[in-house]
Design a protein around this ligand. Structure first.
Ligand code: CA
Length: 231
């Protein structure tokens, strides 16, 4: 289930968005200002942030700017919410690194469609929601995973882990980072949890030979390599 963080000070909009997202099968975290959003971001990693421009205390663009400079969080997709008249803001928001913007007032279906489009782009999925690397293909709409012709059965955690790695290929993630990104809602997670998750994932991918894509980087962590770099 995609997790969306909404940063918005108007509670009727928060209620409307919560309703729209739950109907679309997404979980919403919400913050009424930038300070609260930053608190949430310490322990959770949303799949996308909906960020209102005009907020009390500090404006949304300040948070956008900080997140884009934060090595741990700079690749979280962000959609800015802007008021109709603020054409200039849209341009500035995109310049600072927003992935898209939605103009208020917006309709819930429009918002959900934009979220889905940005999530698709962020994971590298094609129009039908399929992420493909080598022989490995994940359909993010149906949750089906194939290695070549072989269907792969994954538990929910292994699915999340594989989706994260597929969406960020050729980058090495430490156990701590993976815990943070994939197991963020677990109780008392330990680094060993990651090793167990990787072992299960490799085992599940073995029948088609796709376990070879998951690399252990000694002393650093794990990565999913687009090409076999050991050769
Ligand atoms: Ca506002």
């Amino acid at each position: 289930m995609p997790v969306i963080l909404l940063v918005e000070d108007e509670s009727p909009i928060r209620d409307m968005v919560r309703f729209a997202l739950s109907r679309a099968g997404m979980e919403m975290l919400d913050a009424e200002d930038v300070a609260r959003a930053e608190q949430i971001l310490v322990s959770r990693r949303p799949d996308l942030i909906l960020l209102d421009w005009m907020l009390p205390e500090e404006n949304g663009i300040e948070l956008l700017r900080r997140l884009r400079k934060d090595p741990e969080r700079k690749d979280i997709p962000i959609i800015m919410l802007t008021a109709m008249a603020e054409e200039e803001q849209k341009v500035r928001g995109l310049e600072v690194g927003a992935d898209d913007y939605v103009t208020k007032p917006f309709s819930p279906p429009e918002l959900v469609a934009r979220i889905k489009a940005v999530l698709r782009r962020a994971t590298g999925a094609d129009e039908s929601g399929v992420i493909r690397i080598g022989e490995l293909a994940m359909n993010t709409a149906t949750h089906e995973v194939y290695c070549g012709e072989t269907g792969i059965e994954l538990g929910p955690t292994e699915y999340r882990l594989l989706k994260f790695l597929l969406s960020h290929p050729d980058r090495v993630y430490s156990r701590t980072q993976l815990l943070d990104y994939v197991w963020s809602d677990a109780d008392a997670p330990e680094e060993r949890t990651v090793d167990v998750g990787i072992r299960r994932l490799r085992k599940a991918l073995q029948p088609g030979g796709c376990d070879q894509l998951i690399k252990t980087v000694r002393g650093a962590g794990y990565s999913l390599a687009r090409k076999d770099q050991s050769a």
